[in-house]
Design a protein. Structure first.
Lengths: 275, 281
C-alpha cells in the first residue's frame, strides 16, 4: 500500500481508537445513555401497541408497532451518526484539544473519515442493542421483510447524514459559544419534517417541501416499504435516487464548506476561544 | 544568517482582531467595533538549534505570534517561514516540522497519558509499536511513575500534565518546537525539570526552540537570544548581554526587568496587573 495512503489511514484510525478509548473511560455514562435510548424506543413503540385502545377503533397493532419501531430505530441510528460527526469540533472545544488536533499534519478529509468510521460502528452497535432488547418485549413479524433492501437504504441514508453532520460541524467551528446547541436545532428540524413517527402527508402543506429536502424522509419511506411490505430494490428506486444524489452532493460539499469555515476561523482567531 | 539557513523567519507580520461591543440583537444596526492590534510589524529570525525567547507581559502578542507560526492563525500581513516553508501556502509541510506546547496542557483528561500520546503518535504517522515504547521511556525519564502512564490524566497535577505535553511534542521529533509559556503555574521543581528537558531537547535532538515567557529568570536561564515584545511590537532583540547593555547605568548590573522598564517605561509586573484592557493572549 502506498505510504501516504497508509499514513492517512493510520491517522484516521487515531480518531476511531481515541473515541473508543473515551467510550471505555466514560462507560458509566454509556450505560446510562443506552438505558435511556432503550426506554425511549420502547415508549414510542408501546404507543403502537396501545393505538387500538387509545382510538377505540380496531387497528392493525402489529403494523403500527413495526411502523413506529422502524421510525425509532432508524432515527436513533441516523441521529447518533449525525451527532458524533457534528460534535467532532464541539467535543475538542470542551476538552481544549481543538488547536492540537487542527495543528496535526493530516488532511481534514482524513480527520472526517476517522470520525465517521467511529460514528458508524458506534451507531450500529447501539441500534443493534436496542433492537435486541425491543424484540424481547414485542412479537415482531419479519416474515415479509426484505432485510437486504432495508440495509442498502440505511447505508445510503448514512452517507447523506454524514454529509449533513459535516456541514453542522461547521457551527461549533464558527460560533464557539453556541455552535454546539445550534446543531441540536438542525437535528430537531430533521426529526420534525422527516416523517419519523408519522407519514409526511400529515404535515401542514408549507412544511412538506422541507421534508422532501431531508434524506431521512427517503430512508424512512424505503425502510418501511422494505420491512413492512417486502419491497425489492427495484421498486424502491423512488427512495434510492434521492439518497444517491444527497450522498454524492452532501459529503464533498460538507468537506469543502468545512475547509472554508476552518480558514475563516483561523483568520478571525476563533479556534482559541473555548465554548 | 542566510534566509534558507533559518529555522524561523518572521517578516513584517501584522494581526488585528476586531471585537464587537454593544451589539446584542441582530436588528441593532449600529455596531461598535474595536480593533485590537495584536501584532504590529513583527520581524524576527531564529537560527537552527537556537533557543529563542520572546519576553513580554500577558496581552503583549506572544501567544498570537506562536499561533501564527503554528498555522492556527492567519496573519493579516507579512510572511512566516519555517525552514524555508511558508506557513500559509505550505501549511502541511510546516505542520510536519513543528510542534507546540501551550500554557494549558491540552488533553482528553479522562484518557491516560499513553492513550493521549498514542493519538498524537498516530496523527504524526509514527509506528505504533515504536511509539508505545518511546512514550514509556520519555515519560519515565520525565519523572512519571509507570502506573501513572496508564491512569486518567484528570488525576494528575498540573506539573505532571505539562510534562506529558512536553513529551507529546518531543515524540514527533519537531525541528522547531514552540513553547508558549510552558512553565506558567508550575511549582519551582516542575519548572526546573521542564527547563532542563528543553535544554536536553536542543542538545540531543538539535531542536530549535522558540519560547514565550513573562518569567525573567526563565528567559535568562534558557535563551540564547531574547526578543522583548510590548503591545504587539518587538521593542528590542539580542543576547542577554546586549539587552542588559541597554539599561546599564553607573556600573549597575541591570536585570531583564530593568531592560523592559527602560524600553517601555513600565514595569513588566505592572502590565500583568492591568490585564484585560485591550489585551490579546
Amino acid at each position: 500500500m502506498n505510504h501516504v495512503v497508509r499514513r492517512e489511514l493510520g491517522a484516521s484510525y487515531a480518531f476511531v481508537e481515541r473515541n473508543f478509548n473515551l467510550v471505555k473511560r466514560y462507560w458509566g455514562w454509556e450505560v446510562v445513555w443506552l438505558a435511556y435510548s432503550i426506554a425511549n424506543s420502547l415508549a414510542v413503540t408501546f404507543i403502537g401497541a396501545g393505538a387500538s385502545e387509545i382510538s377505540g377503533q380496531p387497528i392493525d397493532t402489529q403494523y403500527m408497532v413495526m411502523y413506529l419501531l422502524i421510525g425509532t430505530l432508524v432515527w436513533h441510528f441516523l441521529s447518533v451518526v449525525f451527532s458524533i460527526v457534528s460534535d467532532m469540533i464541539a467535543w475538542e472545544r470542551w476538552e481544549g484539544t481543538i488547536e492540537y488536533t487542527l495543528m496535526a499534519p493530516i488532511s481534514r478529509f482524513t480527520h472526517l473519515v476517522g470520525t465517521t468510521l467511529f460514528s458508524l460502528v458506534y451507531g450500529v452497535f447501539h441500534t443493534a442493542v436496542i433492537l435486541f432488547t425491543v424484540v424481547v418485549f414485542f412479537d415482531l413479524d419479519l416474515s415479509r421483510a426484505n432485510l437486504a433492501a432495508a440495509t442498502v437504504i440505511l447505508v445510503l441514508g448514512s452517507v447523506s447524514f454524514i454529509g449533513l453532520g459535516i456541514m453542522a460541524a461547521i457551527l461549533p467551528l464558527l460560533f464557539p459559544e453556541r455552535g454546539a446547541q445550534m446543531t441540536n436545532v438542525v437535528q430537531a428540524v430533521l426529526l420534525l419534517v422527516s416523517g419519523i413517527y408519522y407519514p409526511v402527508s400529515v404535515l401542514p402543506t408549507w412544511i412538506r417541501p422541507f421534508s422532501y429536502l431531508s434524506p431521512a424522509t427517503y430512508v424512512l419511506e424505503g425502510m418501511r416499504q422494505a420491512v413492512l411490505e417486502g419491497a425489492t430494490l427495484g421498486s424502491l428506486w423512488a427512495s434510492i435516487w434521492p439518497l444517491l444524489v444527497a450522498g454524492v452532493v452532501s459529503v464533498p460539499l460538507g468537506v469543502r464548506l468545512f475547509m472554508v469555515a476552518e480558514r475563516y476561523a483561523k483568520r478571525e482567531g476563533r479556534l482559541a476561544r473555548e465554548g | 544568517m542566510t534566509t534558507n539557513a533559518l529555522a524561523l523567519d518572521v517578516r513584517h507580520v501584522r494581526k488585528v482582531f476586531e471585537k464587537e461591543r454593544g451589539r446584542h440583537w441582530p436588528w441593532h444596526r449600529k455596531k461598535d467595533v474595536q480593533q485590537v492590534v495584536a501584532l504590529d510589524d513583527v520581524s524576527l529570525r531564529v537560527a537552527p538549534r537556537e533557543i529563542y525567547g520572546i519576553l513580554g507581559p500577558n496581552g503583549s502578542g506572544k501567544s498570537t505570534l506562536i499561533r501564527c507560526i503554528s498555522t492556527l492563525l492567519l496573519p493579516d500581513a507579512g510572511t512566516i517561514r519555517v525552514f524555508g516553508h511558508d506557513v500559509v501556502r505550505e501549511e502541511r509541510i510546516v505542520k510536519e516540522l513543528i510542534n507546540r506546547v501551550s500554557v494549558e496542557a491540552s488533553f482528553f483528561k479522562k484518557l491516560s497519558p499513553m492513550e493521549n500520546l498514542m493519538f498524537g503518535a498516530r496523527l504524526y504517522g509514527l509506528d505504533p509499536k515504536v511509539a508505545r515504547h518511546e512514550i514509556v521511556e520519555v515519560l519515565t525519564r520525565l519523572g512519571l511513575e509507570k502506573a501513572a502512564i496508564f491512569r486518567p490524566m484528570e488525576k494528575m497535577s498540573r506539573g505532571m500534565q505539562q510534562k506529558v505535553a512536553v513529551a507529546r511534542a518531543l515524540l514527533t521529533r519537531p525541528r522547531l518546537l514552540l513553547l508558549d509559556e510552558p512553565t506558567t503555574g508550575l511549582d519551582p521543581r516542575s519548572k526546573r525539570e521542564v527547563q532542563a528537558f528543553v535544554r536536553t531537547l536542543r542538545d540531543r535532538y538539535d531542536t530549535t526552540v522558540v519560547l514565550t515567557t513573562h518569567d525573567m529568570d526563565e528567559a535568562e536561564r534558557l535563551c540564547d537570544r531574547i526578543a522583548i515584545i510590548d503591545r504587539g511590537r518587538i521593542v528590542a532583540e539580542g543576547t542577554l548581554a546586549e539587552l542588559k547593555a541597554i539599561a546599564r547605568r553607573n556600573g549597575h548590573e541591570p536585570t531583564l526587568e530593568d531592560v523592559f522598564m527602560a524600553l517601555t517605561g513600565r514595569a513588566l509586573s505592572d502590565e500583568q496587573e492591568n490585564l484585560g484592557v485591550g489585551g490579546v493572549a
